[in-house]
Ligand binder design. Sequence first.
Ligand code: PLP
Length: 387
Amino acid sequence: MIYLDHNATTPLNPQVLEAMLPYLKDKYGNASSIHAKGREAREGIDKARGIIALTLGIASEDLIFTSGGTESDNFAIKGIALANRDKGNHIITSKVEHPAVLNTCQFLEKMGFEVTYVDVDKYGLVSPEDVKKAIKKNTILVTIMQANNEVGTIQPITEIAQITKGRGVYFHTDAVQSFGKVAFRIEDLGVDLLSISAHKICGPKGVGALYMRKGVKIYPHQHGGHHERNLRAGTENVAGIVGFGRAVELMRENFTQKNERIIKLRDKLHHGFADKLDDLHLNGHPTLRLGNTLNLSFEFVEGESLIINFDLKGICAATGSACTSGSLEPSHVLTAMGVVGRIAQGAVRFSLGEVNTEEDINYCLEVIPPIVKRLREMSPLKKGNNS
Ligand code: PLP
């Protein structure tokens, strides 16, 4: 099995599992309890929070644990929107956001908020100038992802932050895909809120975090007990949080070397395909792109057919994002980038990770081109095949 779908999720690092196991067995206390078992669980959470905060370059108390990237995005956007209604009701986002952001914005539109969805260029890049132009007197929030999950394009977050800062507008970024693939510190980005998720960095599923700058006016997302500074009620997922902390710790080890190795493998895959196949199109920015992501359109064939055929050969890849696959609609990201339907249909996302080896890439280069050629021979989209 060759797993090239790390943007959907990553395998749990065995060392992360090892760190979590005690909290699923003996260290079962409720972190809110004041007795020894409770304190033991609290220590686990505090340690994880400290590791993640240090990595992001923030104070521990500025990090709130959630159930994942989707909740962090919902929390940031709805929380800011509801708490700042007296100031305005306008939100700016982009057309290429993850559904966790887009559908939250659409929900808020139904609740009376106004949302501007800024365009992207052919590489999927948002122009800071467009964000600047979209800001109005009643704008309260800009939410633009740091890196796109489908094509990997990395947005000019620092430049956008400079624009929002001067205008008193909150800026949230969804860093779910970039965290672990791009080195950054929150201070350098200049954002007010930032979402991350553990399962994209070899941590467990169902745990994430939201950074919020001190003084940000935000409403709690979940009401109940006094957990997470009264902002996110609910007994903490102690084992998950401990696993998240350990995953971040491991992610930091040899960060540059690991990422450089992955870039080399990804580029070998890309160049290998280009040597063996015509009519290939790279989707996303050629350089301002996540080092692990290769979104390629194989013209004249359907992405779905390719994925099924790859699967039969033991290769896991994806068409759009995991959250939109299964839908026959062309990817909203490729559509926003102006990729025409016929090319968008042939898009496949290969997303690499730490587990991948040179042998994996060699195998793909041996197996995939003949699949593409065979499907093209049968394709009614290819000129001459239906004459
Ligand atoms: N945002 C982006 C950019 C993502 O890629 C994902 C997951 O695919 C999410 C948010 C949602 O994160 P989670 O799966 O942790 O809810």
